[in-house]
Write a protein that binds this ligand. Structure first.
Ligand code: ZN
Length: 204
C-alpha cells in the first residue's frame, strides 16, 4: 500500500532541502524513484537554498503523472517538489498512482500565494493526501514573528492582486508571461499583521 504525503510550509522552510534528502535516502537503500519539480528557480532540477541540487523532471501543465509513473515502472516512489504549481488533475493522477500502482508519493509545496490564497495544487493535496505535514522550520518576518505570507513587492510596494506566477528575486515562482516587464518584482516573508498592514521591512 502506497502513501501520499504532503509536506507544506512557507518559503524558507526547507522544503527543497528535505525533498532532496528523502530522494537521496531512499535511493541509497535501493529504492527506485523519480524526482519531479515544476518551475524550479534553476530549471529542470531541484535546488535548495543551502546549495544542494539534483536533476529532476520538470512537470509540464499537460503532463499525465499517472502515465509518467506507469511508463517508468518499476518504481517505488516519487518525490515532487514545487507541488503547489501542479494542477488539481495532476494531484488526482498522483493519488491514483499511489492507489493503483502502489508507489509512495512525497509532495512538497508552498501553502498560499502572495494574495494569501491556497495554490491550486496545495488545495487539492490538502484534500487528497493520506498524510499532511507542516514543515517544522519556521520562516520569520523582519519583526521576528512567524511568517505566514510570501508577499509580492512591485518596485518595493506590496501588491495584493496580479498573476499568480511571476518571476522575482528570492521567489520560487517563475515567469509565464511578462505583464510587469520593466518593474522590479521581489518577494518578502511577512507575519500576518505586517502582511495585512502592508508593512515591509523598514530598512528598505
Ligand atoms: Zn512582522
Amino acid at each position: 500500500m502506497g502513501v501520499l504525503r504532503f509536506s507544506f510550509g512557507t518559503m524558507g522552510s526547507g522544503k527543497s532541502t528535505l525533498a532532496l534528502q528523502i530522494h537521496h535516502n531512499l535511493r541509497s537503500c535501493g529504492q527506485r524513484g523519480l524526482l519531479l519539480t515544476r518551475l524550479d528557480r534553476d530549471g529542470a532540477q531541484v535546488s535548495s537554498r543551502l546549495g544542494v541540487s539534483a536533476a529532476a523532471i520538470d512537470v509540464q501543465p499537460d503532463d499525465d503523472l499517472f502515465e509518467l509513473v506507469r511508463s517508468h515502472r518499476p518504481l517505488d516512489y516519487l518525490v515532487c517538489d514545487e507541488a503547489q504549481f501542479y494542477s488539481a488533475g495532476q494531484v488526482d493522477q498522483l493519488a491514483r498512482a499511489v492507489d493503483e500502482l502502489g508507489i509512495d508519493v512525497f509532495a512538497f509545496g508552498l501553502i498560499t500565494d502572495f494574495r494569501g490564497l491556497l495554490f491550486e495544487g496545495t488545495k487539492r493535496l490538502l484534500e487528497m493526501a493520506d498524510e499532511k505535514v507542516a514543515m517544522q522550520v519556521e520562516a520569520r518576518c523582519w519583526c521576528g514573528a512567524r511568517a505566514i505570507s510570501n508577499a509580492r513587492l512591485v518596485n518595493g510596494h506590496i501588491v495584493y492582486e496580479g498573476d499568480v506566477v511571476v518571476v522575482g528575486d528570492t521567489a520560487t515562482e517563475e515567469v509565464t508571461a511578462s505583464p510587469l516587464f520593466g518593474d522590479a518584482v521581489t518577494y518578502e516573508l511577512l507575519c500576518r499583521r505586517h502582511y495585512l498592514a502592508g508593512a515591509t521591512w523598514p530598512g528598505r
